[in-house]
Ligand binder design. Structure first.
Ligand SMILES: [Zn+2]
Length: 163
């Protein structure tokens, strides 16, 4: 038997984050202002920091035909995917609603899957920061810890091989 563990750290507040992450957190808050969320009133912002210092922002985009909308994370990642100028260093995700200001939000399963593939496509890990509950900001040094035992490109290749 082998044991496998995921690793993450927690911070009480964004002011406690490392300096680069504080700046990225603010960019994610800024991105949440760009959300189009007339139905849920749940405004999500994502900021992706690249190794070259560039920051790519994304915000959720809803639609009257609900499934046509897209999460902030994927808006940002697909934008990055069109021009991956430099590897990803870190990602911050924030959410707010009209009544309570900033609220906890954790990436959905589909966004985890998309982020994992972008991680697979670069040589090193990238970090994630998000407020998963009212008490803590979560910091995952390796984004892959968000979706262990996932489906990936390797599964398609291995489907040619009988176990
Ligand atoms: Zn999502």
């Amino acid at each position: 038997m082998q044991e496998h563990k995921i690793y993450f750290e927690t911070y009480k507040a964004s002011a406690d984050l490392p300096t680069y992450a504080q700046a990225l957190w603010q960019k994610a808050q800024e991105a949440s202002q760009l959300a189009y969320a007339p139905y849920s009133h749940f405004f999500v912002g994502t900021a992706i920091l690249l190794m070259n210092g560039d920051i790519i922002m994304g915000a959720n985009q809803e639609n009257a035909a609900y499934p046509s909308g897209l999460c902030a994370e994927r808006v940002a990642f697909f934008q990055y995917g069109m021009k991956p100028a430099s590897p990803i260093k870190a990602v911050a995700i924030v959410a707010r609603n009209q009544a309570n200001g900033y609220v906890p939000a954790s990436p959905c399963g589909a966004c985890r899957q998309v982020m994992a593939e972008y991680r697979d496509n670069q040589a090193h890990d990238f970090e994630l920061f998000f407020q998963a509950n009212a008490d803590y900001i979560y910091h995952l040094p390796n984004a892959l810890d968000l979706l262990p035992i996932r489906f990936g490109a390797k599964n398609l290749v291995d489907s040619e091989t009988k176990l």
